[in-house]
Design a protein around this ligand. Sequence first.
Ligand code: AMP
Length: 363
Amino acid sequence: MRVGILGGGQLGRMLALAGYPLGITCEVLDPAPDACAGQVAPHRCAPFDDLHALAAFADGKRCITYEFENVPPQAAEWLAMRLPVRPTPRALAIFQDRLTEREFLRSLGIPVPAFAPIEPSEPERALQQVGLPAIIKTRRFGYDGKGQWRIDTEEQYLRIVRQQSQPLLMEAFVAFETELSIIGVRSLQGEVACYPLIENIHGGGILRYSFAPARVDTSRLQPVAERFIATLFDVLDYVGVLTIELFLVGGRLLVNEVAPRVHNSGHWTIEGAETSQFENHLRAILGWPLGSTTPRGYCLMANLIGELPDPQSVLTIPNAHLHLYGKQPHAGRKLGHITLRHDTPEERMQGFEQLQAVVPLQG
Ligand code: AMP
């Protein structure tokens, strides 16, 4: 059973690792010669728009999926004419542009922060529509807080808009209580399962820690978040894992971002859920039954960013599971993660303190 993954980063690596026990071999396509999934799975090193490489990549595969949303939709559509591409390339096209993403969500009645496209010839219009404080975001290729500027004054706003040549949008700054995410999966037969809401702490725009299940009371929020997921699944006839990043503000959920893929805030599911997000994604895209998304206790996931701690000091922490991605250290780069799995929320908080001594929260 062979599956092709467009993109060969750590998400592709963890998908490939989840496949082996089930007899699934994943091959990754990634233009970077040192793509870290290539250490654990066959790696075809080629640009995403190389049709010869795409044809060879498709050969012998049961289906194709993707692990990063900046794959050109044309490449996914070209492949979809030859074999199943799951999730649908339409999801890729909609969610890789922050403007089409927000317009799509709004059209479905899913709440998002106030936003407006910035027209370079008439920048004042977006400013009037959205107001201050705000965030300017590039429409494309923004991730981990890159391509974002917090704006408090009109002067700042006009300066950033004049400096940038790429398409931008303006979004109201949300003074959120906390950030949450929900990860859901839909099978080929239309069966849906969701993991519990996850609470995320960012520093400098990058995810640092995820608590799963969330520390805040989510009993009224979980059904709301699951409805957002169900709406997107239905309208896109979606197959695979999908993630929604959310702001909790005034007791309400607003959607920040949708990722049509497995997600960093779901890494805890490897040890902390009956079935990991990676295994469930593979099961879904192959038309297999989904596995249970029930959590096994209380998890905390910490990203290892820019530099790596001494593995031995991590492994002295009770119930710590270390995952290294085989990447060269570089400032701001996600190099690995640690998951702590405990039986009670109290033990998890003790673990958090132990962990902070090893992985300080920066930014
Ligand atoms: P993003 O790359 O859009 O997920 O943004 C990275 C992080 O920046 C988010 O997780 C938030 O912490 C912060 N952020 C993004 N958009 C907003 C907003 N409209 N208001 C406040 N914080 C934001």
